[in-house]
Ligand binder design. Structure first.
Ligand SMILES: [Fe+2]
Length: 223
């Protein structure tokens, strides 16, 4: 080992992680998923879907913009919980990143209208165990969606080993730590208003007929 590497305690084991970190900072960006409208998607029409995709693209752009700003440590010394630029960056970071993730989960679990709209036995079993029956789960999920301003999500709560229907009023408000999203429904007005206007319940009911249970089953299989 060359002596200069050992000087001051900076050996290869210290330099390599720093090099990898700087490389990742320079080249890592979140890439958009190229979602396409198909005939299997029955809950929304193409126009509503494509408007929504443009909004998703905006979140991808914003999280990359915020990540870029945070790399330069903007105003850490002035960080303040009442108001500061750093606070705005950190609030934007979780809002934009959750916006990306939740939209991807939502678009992925659409399209059951094409023939996959039946939960597999393992999903049904878990739902029955935690809610009593599929009908009772559905009743609660629909009510959760009606009561939410942002998202209704069926999660697997890894702390208490059970499914829950949870309500989020925004991308970064209402998530439960240790929870794994299984089924995601966007109930922001932008998700349906172009097509359904104020008929939110009709949108929710049609979503329930368009769930891609194959995707939901794959997510359940992880936990
Ligand atoms: Fe949305």
């Amino acid at each position: 080992m060359p002596s200069y590497i050992l000087n001051d305690g900076y050996g290869l084991s210290q330099i390599l992680p720093l090099f990898i970190h700087l490389y990742r900072r320079a080249f890592y960006m979140i890439k958009r998923v190229n979602f396409q409208y198909t005939e299997d998607i029955t809950v929304v029409n193409r126009e509503q879907f494509e408007v929504h995709i443009r909004l998703y693209d905006g979140y991808v752009n914003k999280i990359n913009e915020i990540d870029g700003i945070l790399q330069n440590k903007p105003g850490r010394e002035e960080a303040n919980a009442t108001f500061s630029f750093y606070r705005e960056c950190k609030r934007g970071e979780t809002f934009a990143l959750n916006g990306v993730i939740l939209h991807e989960l939502y678009f992925e679990n659409l399209g059951g209208g094409g023939g996959m709209n039946t939960p597999n036995p393992s999903v049904t079993e878990q739902i029955e165990m935690d809610f009593g029956s599929y009908a009772l789960w559905k009743e609660d999920f629909v009510a959760t969606a009606k009561a939410s301003r942002g998202w209704a999500i069926l999660i697997y709560d890894q702390r208490s080993y059970r499914l829950r229907n949870i309500s989020l009023d925004s991308h970064d408000l209402g998530n439960i730590a240790y929870s794994a999203p299984i089924l995601v429904l966007d109930v922001y007005e932008h998700a349906y208003f172009l097509q359904y206007a104020d008929k939110k319940t009709e949108y929710i009911n049609r979503f329930m007929e368009d769930i891609n249970w194959e995707v939901v089953g794959q997510r359940m299989g992880i936990y």
